[in-house]
Design a protein around this ligand. Sequence first.
Ligand code: BGC
Length: 445
Amino acid sequence: MKFVTLVSMIAALGGLLFGFDTAVVSGAIGFMQDRFELNEVQVGWAVSSLIIGCIFGAGFSGVLSDRFGRKKVLIAAAILFIIGSLGSAIPDTFTGYIIARIIGGIGIGITSTLCPLYNAEIAPAKYRGRLVALNQFATVTGIFLVYFINSGIAGWGDDAWDIASAWRWMFGIGVLPGVLFFILLFFVPESPRWLIKQGRSLDALNILLRIHGEEAAKQEVLDIKQSFAQENGSMKQLFSPGLRIALIVGVVLAVLQQVTGINAVMYYAPEIFKTMGAGTNSSLVQTILIGFVNFAFTIVAIWLIDKVGRKALLLIGSSLMTICLAVIGIAFQTGHTTGPLVLVFLLIYVASFAISLGPVVWVIMSEIFPNRIRGKATAIASMALWLADYIVSQSFPPMLASAGPAITFWLFGVMSLITFVFTWRVVPETKGKSLEEIESLWSAK
Ligand code: BGC
């Protein structure tokens, strides 16, 4: 157990890096805009360049890790992450920064896909579900942590110092978790499933002995060998009538998780608060509040997800999100942005996301596909998620400038309404069902 805990904590550190590095830019972007005199499209690019790297990292991680092993590719990702953090802290040109962020993004794309996969491959079956949720918990912890750090760093100096140096420290500090991840990876074993695929059953057995004890370990080797027989599903199978619906559910939910606007808030919160009249420091403090609510309600979700069910959480969350976004839009439209109204509804919006789309989409993505196509199908859905994330984070600043905040938030509201309807009509409840029972849902359709 101790061994499994250690290994999953290291893999969870990957989730923390994911949250940390995607959200760090929120504190830096205002200062960088002044430092490099960026227009709205460039501001979008400064935030979304990392996500471009993520799309590629997520896309290649499967092929690379099948070839070289999970562990080596994760170590490579840690190196990319360290280069990315250092590289975005030191450049004197905007292009240098963008290149560094894309490099770091490749590392994040790899860890975001391989850490959960590695966890699932090494953990005993009964802990698998919890590990998916643990990963989301690590992500929101990373986001919360980085908001704190950003606010602390901005307080070290005056405005001129912030514009010249604060953003460099914000990115640079990411080297620390990166190095920690790099070192710890040397203490985890290679995935036994990968070893068996390479014909190295004896090495795999040695690792499984440390997890399960002798009897169970030998059985596990046999089970793994047997499960490979079921896993050669082709791309064509993915589009067969039954499974097509599973694929649609996975991809559409992945896209809806992003186009309902969460990362407009996660990546741009301080900028949103500034447009409402807050100063630099108070905008960073209000952002910490956002991070805290996201963190706290993710814990609530982990507690609720197996009791209330995935579908119920999605329905409750998306309807609350729709209401909040409608109110926020009205507040901007009518100029009621100086009081606490927008902050309060933004917090309820984030809480509603944290109990629903945030964790539930990742859980559903990991459980709705049958064994034989799970790898390919999950990769397609997670690439769709990153692509949608890219579109939202790139277009948010230009949208604010051209269409205005009211229309922008209403648009996210319409997407939340679509999420409600889609969940209600199409998404099945998977709570308490075994993976085999879930599989039979699709053939019944
Ligand atoms: C999403 C991320 C988002 C985070 C916020 C995750 O489920 O995939 O894009 O930043 O939740 O908590």
